[in-house]
Design a binder for this molecule. Structure first.
Ligand SMILES: *[C@@H]1O[C@H](CO)[C@@H](O)[C@H](O)[C@H]1NC(C)=O
Ligand SMILES: *[C@@H]1O[C@H](CO)[C@@H](O)[C@H](O)[C@H]1NC(C)=O
Length: 282
């Protein structure tokens, strides 16, 4: 068994223990893991829609995020993004209420340069930034929403309390609704080019999906089948619902999720969480 320090920023013992596969410790540890993810989602959408992130009480006095901006969105997409933002802010509040004094502060989050580096890693492009167009905003949100769905599915069997399970079972489908909205909107623009790159939307998405799958033990799918390459004339088939072939959503352990959101290595904080998540996971 290995003990790892995840973050120096939080006063309590902040570590992940794992032996082969990650098994979380208590319901509250799992809820705090979910809270870290919700902080990121809320910061992204809140910045994009309102031009500012969570307030200090919702952050639990955490340091907040860097790199976010009010996004340049069309009026229609702004309405959709506003609904997503408010859901995610509410999720942070829901989890803080459930956790009470055991809630961790939101960790430091990078919601600017992290996307640029993922754009480079996934699609070999420079300067990808999620706040400068509708498509870029959808692509940015795509990067984490599917991960959230797999994380909530992975958390479910680890929970003991029925009332905690009930809250997670209420948040989980909302994340899946969000992911489905993003995937559908991206699919409808699938053959457009992501500007200024000469890459179609569905191929750009596939690049992100491949990168997540590489870090997170597979369990990832783009928005079209077969994998998007070389189709000029017709839309390939839609693949709006990532599932395992038996109609079940994919499930990831906290450890697999950490590997994705840290940029490839679950024991090396980076990308979205430059100083690591706050909490105690094993
Ligand atoms: C902080 O934000 C939450 C969620 O939007 C809101 O309910 C709360 O009133 C805000 N608190 C302060 C002190 O502004
Ligand atoms: C992951 O990060 C840890 C801690 O920094 C390091 O020891 C390990 O070599 C890294 N693993 C890989 C595959 O890079």
């Amino acid at each position: 068994m290995v003990v790892l320090k995840l973050s120096m920023g939080f006063a309590a013992c902040v570590a992940v223990l794992f032996a082969g596969t990650a098994v979380a410790q208590t319901d509250n540890d799992i809820l705090n893991f979910a809270l870290n993810l919700e902080c990121l989602e809320a910061e992204y959408y809140s910045n994009a829609v309102y031009g500012y992130g969570l307030n200090s009480s919702t952050l639990g006095s955490g340091p907040g995020s860097v790199g976010g901006l009010k996004a340049n969105l069309s009026p229609d997409l702004l309405k959709i993004a506003t609904e997503l933002a408010n859901d995610e802010i509410n999720h942070v509040t829901d989890l803080r209420e459930l956790l009470g004094n055991d809630a961790v502060p939101c960790p430091k989050m990078d919601i600017g340069g992290s996307f640029t580096s993922l754009g480079k890693a996934a699609n070999n492009v420079d300067g990808f930034f999620p706040y400068n167009s509708d498509i870029n905003f959808l692509l940015g949100a795509f990067l984490f929403e599917d991960v959230g769905v797999t994380a909530f599915h992975g958390a479910t069997p680890l929970l003991v309390s029925k009332s905690v399970l009930n809250t997670i079972a209420g948040i989980s489908p909302v994340e899946a609704y969000h992911a489905a909205i993003l995937r559908t909107l991206l699919y409808q623009k699938g053959s457009d080019m992501v500007t200024p790159y000469n890459i179609r939307v569905w191929d750009f998405v596939q690049g992100f999906s491949n990168l997540r799958g590489k870090a997170g033990n597979g369990k990832d799918q783009g928005i079209v089948v077969p994998p998007a390459d070389g189709r000029d004339t017709a839309y390939p088939f839609a693949n709006l619902v990532p599932q395992d072939g038996q109609g079940l959503a994919f499930s990831r352990t906290p450890y697999e999720v950490l590997a994705i959101v840290y940029g490839g290595n679950a024991t090396q904080p980076g990308t979205f969480y430059p100083q690591g998540m706050n909490g105690y996971f094993r």
